[in-house]
Design a protein around this ligand. Structure first.
Ligand code: ZN
Length: 463
Protein backbone atom coordinates (compact mmCIF):
# COMPACT_ATOMS: atom_id res chain seq x y z
CA UNK A 1 0.00 0.00 0.00
CA UNK A 2 1.32 3.41 -0.95
CA UNK A 3 -0.33 6.76 -0.33
CA UNK A 4 0.64 10.15 -1.77
CA UNK A 5 -0.83 13.62 -1.32
CA UNK A 6 -1.55 15.86 -4.31
CA UNK A 7 -3.66 18.59 -2.73
CA UNK A 8 -4.92 19.90 0.64
CA UNK A 9 -1.40 19.15 1.90
CA UNK A 10 -0.61 21.90 4.42
CA UNK A 11 -3.67 23.78 3.13
CA UNK A 12 -7.48 23.58 3.18
CA UNK A 13 -8.33 23.24 -0.50
CA UNK A 14 -7.49 21.03 -3.49
CA UNK A 15 -8.08 17.66 -1.76
CA UNK A 16 -6.53 14.89 -3.84
CA UNK A 17 -4.97 11.75 -2.38
CA UNK A 18 -3.66 8.75 -4.31
CA UNK A 19 -3.77 5.23 -2.93
CA UNK A 20 -1.86 2.51 -4.78
CA UNK A 21 -2.91 -0.86 -3.56
CA UNK A 22 -3.23 -4.44 -4.93
CA UNK A 23 -2.36 -3.28 -8.45
CA UNK A 24 -5.07 -0.56 -8.48
CA UNK A 25 -4.64 3.18 -8.40
CA UNK A 26 -7.39 4.95 -6.53
CA UNK A 27 -7.79 8.66 -6.19
CA UNK A 28 -9.71 9.96 -3.21
CA UNK A 29 -11.16 13.31 -4.32
CA UNK A 30 -9.82 15.61 -7.01
CA UNK A 31 -10.55 19.07 -5.68
CA UNK A 32 -9.86 22.58 -6.85
CA UNK A 33 -7.52 24.96 -5.06
CA UNK A 34 -9.45 28.03 -3.93
CA UNK A 35 -8.32 31.22 -2.27
CA UNK A 36 -5.77 33.76 -3.46
CA UNK A 37 -4.54 34.06 -7.03
CA UNK A 38 -1.27 32.26 -6.33
CA UNK A 39 -3.08 29.28 -4.87
CA UNK A 40 -5.52 29.14 -7.78
CA UNK A 41 -2.63 29.03 -10.22
CA UNK A 42 -1.77 25.65 -8.64
CA UNK A 43 -4.82 24.24 -10.44
CA UNK A 44 -3.04 24.38 -13.79
CA UNK A 45 0.07 22.61 -12.44
CA UNK A 46 0.65 18.91 -13.19
CA UNK A 47 -1.20 16.53 -10.88
CA UNK A 48 1.93 14.71 -9.73
CA UNK A 49 0.72 11.40 -11.24
CA UNK A 50 -0.53 10.18 -14.60
CA UNK A 51 -4.34 10.62 -14.79
CA UNK A 52 -4.51 7.87 -17.47
CA UNK A 53 -3.32 5.30 -14.92
CA UNK A 54 -6.07 6.00 -12.35
CA UNK A 55 -8.64 3.20 -12.07
CA UNK A 56 -11.10 4.84 -9.68
CA UNK A 57 -11.93 8.16 -8.17
CA UNK A 58 -13.82 7.76 -4.89
CA UNK A 59 -15.50 11.09 -4.24
CA UNK A 60 -16.16 12.04 -0.60
CA UNK A 61 -18.57 14.90 -1.36
CA UNK A 62 -19.59 17.54 -3.86
CA UNK A 63 -17.80 20.62 -2.52
CA UNK A 64 -15.62 22.21 -5.21
CA UNK A 65 -12.44 21.84 -3.18
CA UNK A 66 -13.03 18.06 -3.35
CA UNK A 67 -14.36 17.56 -6.91
CA UNK A 68 -13.35 20.68 -8.87
CA UNK A 69 -10.31 19.29 -10.72
CA UNK A 70 -12.17 16.25 -12.09
CA UNK A 71 -12.65 17.85 -15.55
CA UNK A 72 -8.87 18.42 -15.71
CA UNK A 73 -8.30 14.79 -14.79
CA UNK A 74 -10.60 13.68 -17.62
CA UNK A 75 -8.94 16.12 -20.06
CA UNK A 76 -5.58 14.63 -19.19
CA UNK A 77 -6.53 11.05 -19.98
CA UNK A 78 -8.51 9.62 -17.04
CA UNK A 79 -10.55 6.63 -18.25
CA UNK A 80 -11.59 5.04 -14.95
CA UNK A 81 -14.76 5.20 -12.88
CA UNK A 82 -15.91 7.88 -10.47
CA UNK A 83 -17.85 6.45 -7.53
CA UNK A 84 -20.00 8.62 -5.25
CA UNK A 85 -23.28 8.52 -3.32
CA UNK A 86 -26.48 9.34 -5.25
CA UNK A 87 -26.81 12.81 -3.67
CA UNK A 88 -23.13 13.62 -4.26
CA UNK A 89 -23.54 12.68 -7.92
CA UNK A 90 -26.45 15.09 -8.35
CA UNK A 91 -24.77 17.89 -6.42
CA UNK A 92 -21.41 17.42 -8.18
CA UNK A 93 -23.20 17.95 -11.49
CA UNK A 94 -24.30 21.50 -10.61
CA UNK A 95 -21.04 22.27 -8.83
CA UNK A 96 -18.90 21.26 -11.83
CA UNK A 97 -21.11 23.03 -14.36
CA UNK A 98 -21.08 26.19 -12.25
CA UNK A 99 -17.31 25.98 -11.86
CA UNK A 100 -16.82 25.53 -15.63
CA UNK A 101 -19.04 28.54 -16.26
CA UNK A 102 -16.96 30.64 -13.85
CA UNK A 103 -13.72 29.48 -15.50
CA UNK A 104 -15.11 30.50 -18.90
CA UNK A 105 -16.20 33.92 -17.58
CA UNK A 106 -12.81 34.55 -16.01
CA UNK A 107 -11.04 33.59 -19.25
CA UNK A 108 -13.28 36.05 -21.13
CA UNK A 109 -12.46 38.73 -18.59
CA UNK A 110 -8.73 38.08 -19.03
CA UNK A 111 -9.08 38.18 -22.82
CA UNK A 112 -10.87 41.55 -22.61
CA UNK A 113 -8.11 43.06 -20.48
CA UNK A 114 -5.10 41.44 -22.15
CA UNK A 115 -2.67 44.06 -23.42
CA UNK A 116 -4.27 46.88 -21.37
CA UNK A 117 -1.93 49.04 -19.27
CA UNK A 118 -2.74 47.12 -16.05
CA UNK A 119 -2.25 43.69 -17.60
CA UNK A 120 0.52 44.46 -20.06
CA UNK A 121 2.72 41.48 -19.46
CA UNK A 122 -0.07 38.94 -19.13
CA UNK A 123 -1.06 36.63 -21.96
CA UNK A 124 -4.78 35.81 -21.79
CA UNK A 125 -4.82 32.34 -20.22
CA UNK A 126 -7.41 29.88 -21.54
CA UNK A 127 -10.24 28.68 -19.29
CA UNK A 128 -9.01 25.99 -16.92
CA UNK A 129 -11.87 23.90 -18.31
CA UNK A 130 -15.10 24.47 -20.17
CA UNK A 131 -18.75 23.50 -19.77
CA UNK A 132 -18.17 20.78 -22.35
CA UNK A 133 -15.32 19.37 -20.23
CA UNK A 134 -17.60 19.34 -17.18
CA UNK A 135 -20.32 17.54 -19.15
CA UNK A 136 -17.77 14.96 -20.36
CA UNK A 137 -16.69 14.39 -16.76
CA UNK A 138 -20.25 13.50 -15.73
CA UNK A 139 -20.07 10.50 -18.11
CA UNK A 140 -17.45 8.91 -15.83
CA UNK A 141 -19.71 8.82 -12.76
CA UNK A 142 -20.31 5.10 -12.69
CA UNK A 143 -21.45 3.23 -9.63
CA UNK A 144 -23.44 4.56 -6.71
CA UNK A 145 -22.21 4.05 -3.17
CA UNK A 146 -24.74 3.38 -0.42
CA UNK A 147 -23.70 4.12 3.15
CA UNK A 148 -22.41 1.04 4.98
CA UNK A 149 -22.45 -1.30 1.93
CA UNK A 150 -19.09 -2.69 0.81
CA UNK A 151 -18.27 -2.50 -2.93
CA UNK A 152 -15.60 -4.59 -4.62
CA UNK A 153 -13.10 -2.57 -6.65
CA UNK A 154 -10.74 -5.41 -7.61
CA UNK A 155 -10.05 -8.93 -6.27
CA UNK A 156 -9.23 -8.49 -2.56
CA UNK A 157 -9.91 -4.77 -2.68
CA UNK A 158 -13.12 -3.22 -1.38
CA UNK A 159 -14.48 0.11 -0.26
CA UNK A 160 -17.31 1.21 2.04
CA UNK A 161 -18.72 4.72 2.28
CA UNK A 162 -19.89 6.01 5.70
CA UNK A 163 -22.08 9.06 6.37
CA UNK A 164 -19.69 11.92 7.20
CA UNK A 165 -22.53 14.27 8.26
CA UNK A 166 -20.85 17.22 6.50
CA UNK A 167 -23.14 18.00 3.57
CA UNK A 168 -25.91 16.00 1.93
CA UNK A 169 -24.37 12.83 0.46
CA UNK A 170 -20.97 13.32 2.14
CA UNK A 171 -18.91 10.29 3.07
CA UNK A 172 -15.84 9.03 4.85
CA UNK A 173 -14.23 6.29 2.78
CA UNK A 174 -12.97 3.00 4.18
CA UNK A 175 -10.76 0.83 1.95
CA UNK A 176 -9.67 -2.71 2.74
CA UNK A 177 -7.06 -4.77 0.93
CA UNK A 178 -6.79 -8.48 1.63
CA UNK A 179 -3.88 -10.55 0.34
CA UNK A 180 -2.37 -13.83 1.55
CA UNK A 181 -4.48 -13.92 4.71
CA UNK A 182 -3.40 -10.38 5.69
CA UNK A 183 -5.56 -7.35 5.56
CA UNK A 184 -4.67 -3.67 5.47
CA UNK A 185 -7.26 -0.97 6.09
CA UNK A 186 -7.24 2.75 5.54
CA UNK A 187 -9.87 5.43 6.19
CA UNK A 188 -10.10 8.81 4.47
CA UNK A 189 -12.24 11.10 6.60
CA UNK A 190 -13.38 13.42 3.80
CA UNK A 191 -14.79 16.48 5.54
CA UNK A 192 -16.39 15.57 8.86
CA UNK A 193 -19.58 17.26 9.99
CA UNK A 194 -20.37 19.04 13.20
CA UNK A 195 -22.68 16.69 15.15
CA UNK A 196 -24.74 19.54 16.61
CA UNK A 197 -26.08 20.70 13.26
CA UNK A 198 -29.76 19.99 12.77
CA UNK A 199 -30.16 18.93 9.14
CA UNK A 200 -27.86 15.93 8.95
CA UNK A 201 -27.02 12.91 11.05
CA UNK A 202 -23.82 12.97 13.12
CA UNK A 203 -20.76 11.50 11.35
CA UNK A 204 -20.81 7.72 11.37
CA UNK A 205 -17.55 6.22 12.60
CA UNK A 206 -16.05 3.77 10.10
CA UNK A 207 -14.51 0.41 11.10
CA UNK A 208 -11.11 0.13 12.74
CA UNK A 209 -8.24 0.86 10.33
CA UNK A 210 -4.47 0.87 10.66
CA UNK A 211 -4.14 4.13 8.74
CA UNK A 212 -6.25 7.28 8.85
CA UNK A 213 -6.07 10.32 6.57
CA UNK A 214 -8.09 13.08 8.21
CA UNK A 215 -9.14 16.67 7.77
CA UNK A 216 -8.15 19.25 10.39
CA UNK A 217 -9.97 22.43 9.26
CA UNK A 218 -10.97 23.28 12.84
CA UNK A 219 -8.40 21.08 14.58
CA UNK A 220 -7.51 23.87 17.00
CA UNK A 221 -11.01 25.12 17.82
CA UNK A 222 -14.01 24.38 19.98
CA UNK A 223 -17.24 25.52 18.35
CA UNK A 224 -19.69 27.72 20.16
CA UNK A 225 -22.95 25.98 20.98
CA UNK A 226 -25.31 25.81 18.03
CA UNK A 227 -28.20 27.28 20.05
CA UNK A 228 -26.08 30.31 20.95
CA UNK A 229 -25.22 30.80 17.28
CA UNK A 230 -28.87 30.61 16.20
CA UNK A 231 -29.73 33.13 18.91
CA UNK A 232 -26.95 35.42 17.75
CA UNK A 233 -28.19 35.21 14.14
CA UNK A 234 -31.75 36.10 15.18
CA UNK A 235 -30.62 39.10 17.25
CA UNK A 236 -28.34 40.39 14.47
CA UNK A 237 -31.34 40.24 12.11
CA UNK A 238 -33.81 41.96 14.47
CA UNK A 239 -31.26 44.64 15.55
CA UNK A 240 -30.31 45.38 11.94
CA UNK A 241 -33.96 45.69 10.90
CA UNK A 242 -34.55 48.06 13.85
CA UNK A 243 -31.75 50.26 12.47
CA UNK A 244 -33.35 50.09 9.02
CA UNK A 245 -30.59 48.09 7.33
CA UNK A 246 -30.12 44.83 5.44
CA UNK A 247 -28.45 41.67 6.62
CA UNK A 248 -26.00 40.31 4.04
CA UNK A 249 -24.89 36.72 4.42
CA UNK A 250 -22.16 35.44 2.10
CA UNK A 251 -23.00 31.79 1.86
CA UNK A 252 -21.79 28.57 0.38
CA UNK A 253 -24.43 27.26 -2.00
CA UNK A 254 -24.37 23.74 -0.62
CA UNK A 255 -25.65 22.98 2.84
CA UNK A 256 -24.99 26.32 4.51
CA UNK A 257 -27.60 28.08 2.38
CA UNK A 258 -30.17 25.35 3.10
CA UNK A 259 -29.29 25.31 6.77
CA UNK A 260 -29.77 29.08 7.00
CA UNK A 261 -33.12 28.75 5.25
CA UNK A 262 -34.08 26.16 7.85
CA UNK A 263 -33.06 28.49 10.73
CA UNK A 264 -35.03 31.35 9.18
CA UNK A 265 -38.02 29.00 8.68
CA UNK A 266 -37.79 27.96 12.33
CA UNK A 267 -37.25 31.55 13.55
CA UNK A 268 -40.44 32.71 11.85
CA UNK A 269 -42.36 29.63 13.06
CA UNK A 270 -41.19 30.18 16.66
CA UNK A 271 -41.92 33.93 16.58
CA UNK A 272 -38.23 34.91 16.98
CA UNK A 273 -38.19 36.59 13.55
CA UNK A 274 -40.79 38.89 11.99
CA UNK A 275 -43.10 37.35 9.39
CA UNK A 276 -42.64 40.56 7.38
CA UNK A 277 -38.93 39.83 6.85
CA UNK A 278 -37.89 39.61 3.22
CA UNK A 279 -35.48 36.84 2.34
CA UNK A 280 -33.55 36.59 -0.91
CA UNK A 281 -31.60 33.53 -1.95
CA UNK A 282 -29.61 35.17 -4.72
CA UNK A 283 -27.62 32.27 -6.08
CA UNK A 284 -28.71 30.10 -9.01
CA UNK A 285 -26.56 27.26 -7.70
CA UNK A 286 -27.97 27.47 -4.17
CA UNK A 287 -31.48 27.41 -5.68
CA UNK A 288 -30.68 24.26 -7.69
CA UNK A 289 -29.00 22.71 -4.66
CA UNK A 290 -32.07 23.44 -2.53
CA UNK A 291 -34.18 21.56 -5.09
CA UNK A 292 -31.80 18.58 -4.92
CA UNK A 293 -31.98 18.72 -1.12
CA UNK A 294 -35.75 18.57 -1.36
CA UNK A 295 -35.39 15.37 -3.44
CA UNK A 296 -33.29 13.51 -0.84
CA UNK A 297 -35.22 13.34 2.44
CA UNK A 298 -33.42 10.02 3.15
CA UNK A 299 -30.21 11.95 3.73
CA UNK A 300 -31.46 13.89 6.77
CA UNK A 301 -31.56 13.68 10.52
CA UNK A 302 -34.83 12.02 11.67
CA UNK A 303 -36.47 15.27 12.81
CA UNK A 304 -35.98 16.95 9.42
CA UNK A 305 -37.07 13.82 7.52
CA UNK A 306 -40.28 13.95 9.61
CA UNK A 307 -41.01 17.53 8.47
CA UNK A 308 -40.67 16.37 4.85
CA UNK A 309 -42.87 13.32 5.45
CA UNK A 310 -45.51 15.60 6.97
CA UNK A 311 -45.73 17.35 3.59
CA UNK A 312 -43.86 20.46 4.74
CA UNK A 313 -40.68 21.96 3.40
CA UNK A 314 -38.16 22.96 6.08
CA UNK A 315 -36.47 25.30 3.59
CA UNK A 316 -39.55 27.47 2.98
CA UNK A 317 -39.73 30.93 4.54
CA UNK A 318 -42.61 33.42 4.04
CA UNK A 319 -41.69 36.33 1.71
CA UNK A 320 -38.81 34.40 0.28
CA UNK A 321 -37.61 35.05 -3.25
CA UNK A 322 -35.30 32.84 -5.25
CA UNK A 323 -33.52 35.02 -7.79
CA UNK A 324 -32.04 33.05 -10.66
CA UNK A 325 -31.86 35.82 -13.26
CA UNK A 326 -29.23 38.52 -12.92
CA UNK A 327 -31.83 41.24 -13.63
CA UNK A 328 -33.78 40.15 -10.53
CA UNK A 329 -30.52 40.04 -8.61
CA UNK A 330 -29.71 43.61 -9.58
CA UNK A 331 -33.12 44.82 -8.45
CA UNK A 332 -32.23 43.71 -4.90
CA UNK A 333 -29.63 46.50 -4.91
CA UNK A 334 -32.51 49.01 -4.63
CA UNK A 335 -33.56 47.63 -1.23
CA UNK A 336 -31.89 49.57 1.58
CA UNK A 337 -33.43 47.82 4.59
CA UNK A 338 -35.54 44.98 6.00
CA UNK A 339 -34.08 42.16 3.95
CA UNK A 340 -31.88 39.14 4.56
CA UNK A 341 -29.81 38.63 1.42
CA UNK A 342 -27.90 35.40 0.93
CA UNK A 343 -25.56 35.01 -2.01
CA UNK A 344 -22.33 33.26 -3.00
CA UNK A 345 -19.46 32.92 -2.95
CA UNK A 346 -19.04 32.21 0.74
CA UNK A 347 -15.51 33.62 0.83
CA UNK A 348 -16.58 36.57 -1.40
CA UNK A 349 -13.99 35.55 -4.01
CA UNK A 350 -16.55 36.03 -6.77
CA UNK A 351 -20.26 35.76 -7.47
CA UNK A 352 -23.21 38.01 -6.74
CA UNK A 353 -22.26 38.63 -3.11
CA UNK A 354 -19.71 41.19 -4.30
CA UNK A 355 -22.53 43.37 -5.68
CA UNK A 356 -24.44 43.15 -2.40
CA UNK A 357 -21.28 44.09 -0.50
CA UNK A 358 -20.75 47.05 -2.83
CA UNK A 359 -24.26 48.28 -2.01
CA UNK A 360 -24.23 47.59 1.74
CA UNK A 361 -20.70 47.58 3.18
CA UNK A 362 -20.64 51.40 3.35
CA UNK A 363 -24.00 51.66 5.15
CA UNK A 364 -23.65 51.93 8.93
CA UNK A 365 -27.11 50.40 9.45
CA UNK A 366 -26.27 47.20 7.53
CA UNK A 367 -24.82 43.97 8.91
CA UNK A 368 -22.57 41.49 7.17
CA UNK A 369 -22.72 38.05 8.75
CA UNK A 370 -20.00 35.52 8.01
CA UNK A 371 -21.10 31.99 8.79
CA UNK A 372 -18.37 29.89 7.20
CA UNK A 373 -14.66 29.35 6.94
CA UNK A 374 -12.71 32.14 5.20
CA UNK A 375 -9.23 31.23 4.02
CA UNK A 376 -6.33 33.61 4.05
CA UNK A 377 -6.10 35.89 1.04
CA UNK A 378 -9.87 36.07 0.41
CA UNK A 379 -12.06 39.18 0.55
CA UNK A 380 -14.13 37.61 3.34
CA UNK A 381 -11.00 37.17 5.45
CA UNK A 382 -9.93 40.81 4.87
CA UNK A 383 -13.32 42.11 6.01
CA UNK A 384 -13.36 39.77 9.04
CA UNK A 385 -9.83 40.90 9.93
CA UNK A 386 -11.08 44.51 10.11
CA UNK A 387 -10.19 46.13 6.76
CA UNK A 388 -11.34 49.77 6.83
CA UNK A 389 -12.02 49.73 3.10
CA UNK A 390 -12.01 47.19 0.27
CA UNK A 391 -11.86 47.34 -3.52
CA UNK A 392 -14.90 46.17 -5.44
CA UNK A 393 -15.48 46.67 -9.16
CA UNK A 394 -12.73 49.29 -9.34
CA UNK A 395 -14.18 51.35 -6.47
CA UNK A 396 -12.84 51.78 -2.98
CA UNK A 397 -15.71 51.00 -0.59
CA UNK A 398 -15.44 52.11 3.05
CA UNK A 399 -16.48 49.46 5.57
CA UNK A 400 -19.09 50.97 7.92
CA UNK A 401 -21.45 48.01 8.26
CA UNK A 402 -21.46 45.88 11.40
CA UNK A 403 -19.33 42.79 10.80
CA UNK A 404 -20.31 39.56 12.57
CA UNK A 405 -18.70 36.16 12.47
CA UNK A 406 -20.91 33.35 13.73
CA UNK A 407 -18.78 30.21 13.83
CA UNK A 408 -21.20 27.77 15.44
CA UNK A 409 -22.73 26.95 12.03
CA UNK A 410 -19.55 25.33 10.88
CA UNK A 411 -20.04 22.31 8.65
CA UNK A 412 -16.79 20.92 10.06
CA UNK A 413 -16.18 18.99 13.26
CA UNK A 414 -14.25 20.85 15.95
CA UNK A 415 -11.23 19.60 17.86
CA UNK A 416 -13.06 17.42 20.42
CA UNK A 417 -15.18 15.84 17.65
CA UNK A 418 -12.14 15.17 15.46
CA UNK A 419 -10.24 13.65 18.36
CA UNK A 420 -13.16 11.39 19.30
CA UNK A 421 -13.57 10.25 15.69
CA UNK A 422 -9.89 9.40 15.33
CA UNK A 423 -9.78 7.60 18.67
CA UNK A 424 -12.66 5.27 17.73
CA UNK A 425 -10.82 4.09 14.61
CA UNK A 426 -7.68 3.29 16.64
CA UNK A 427 -5.15 3.80 13.83
CA UNK A 428 -1.41 3.13 14.14
CA UNK A 429 -0.70 6.00 11.83
CA UNK A 430 -2.57 9.28 11.23
CA UNK A 431 -2.01 11.64 8.31
CA UNK A 432 -3.27 15.19 8.77
CA UNK A 433 -4.51 17.05 5.70
CA UNK A 434 -7.01 19.81 4.86
CA UNK A 435 -5.86 22.26 7.52
CA UNK A 436 -3.70 25.35 7.83
CA UNK A 437 -0.21 24.47 9.13
CA UNK A 438 -0.61 26.10 12.59
CA UNK A 439 -3.97 24.39 13.10
CA UNK A 440 -2.53 21.01 12.14
CA UNK A 441 0.40 21.45 14.51
CA UNK A 442 -2.05 22.17 17.36
CA UNK A 443 -4.12 19.15 16.47
CA UNK A 444 -1.04 16.91 16.23
CA UNK A 445 -0.14 17.92 19.80
CA UNK A 446 -3.69 17.18 20.94
CA UNK A 447 -3.47 13.67 19.41
CA UNK A 448 -0.69 12.91 21.88
CA UNK A 449 1.17 9.65 21.42
CA UNK A 450 -0.28 8.54 18.05
CA UNK A 451 2.14 8.46 15.13
CA UNK A 452 1.31 11.56 13.09
CA UNK A 453 2.45 12.80 9.69
CA UNK A 454 1.69 16.16 8.05
CA UNK A 455 2.56 15.53 4.39
CA UNK A 456 3.68 18.25 2.01
CA UNK A 457 2.49 18.43 -1.59
CA UNK A 458 3.30 15.27 -3.62
CA UNK A 459 4.87 13.53 -0.62
CA UNK A 460 4.50 9.74 -0.81
CA UNK A 461 4.59 7.05 1.90
CA UNK A 462 4.87 3.28 1.70
CA UNK A 463 2.65 1.72 4.32
ZN1 ZN B 1 -16.57 20.13 2.31
Amino acid sequence: MKVSFHGAAQGVTGSCHLLECGGSKILIDCGLYQGGKELEEENAEPFGFDPAEIDYVLLTHAHLDHCGRLPLLVNQGFKGKIIATAATKELARIVLLDSAHLQEEEALHRARHAGSSRHKDKAPAEALYTTLDALNTLEYFDGTANYGEAMTLAPGLSTTFFDAGHILGSASIFIEHQAGGNSRRIVFSGDLGNAERPLLRAPHIPHHAEVVVMETTYGDRIHKRMDDSIHELYSVITDTFARGGNVIIPTFALERAQELLYFLHKGVADGALPTTMHVFLDSPMAISATQIFERHPEGYAPEIAKIFRGGNDPFMVPNMRFTRESGDSMSINMISGGAVIMAGAGMCTGGRIRHHLQHNLWRNNASIVFVGFASEGTLARRIIDGASSVHLFGEEIVVRANIHTINGFSAHADQPELLAWQKEIRPDMTFLVHGEPDTMAHFATALGSTKVEMPVLHQAYSL
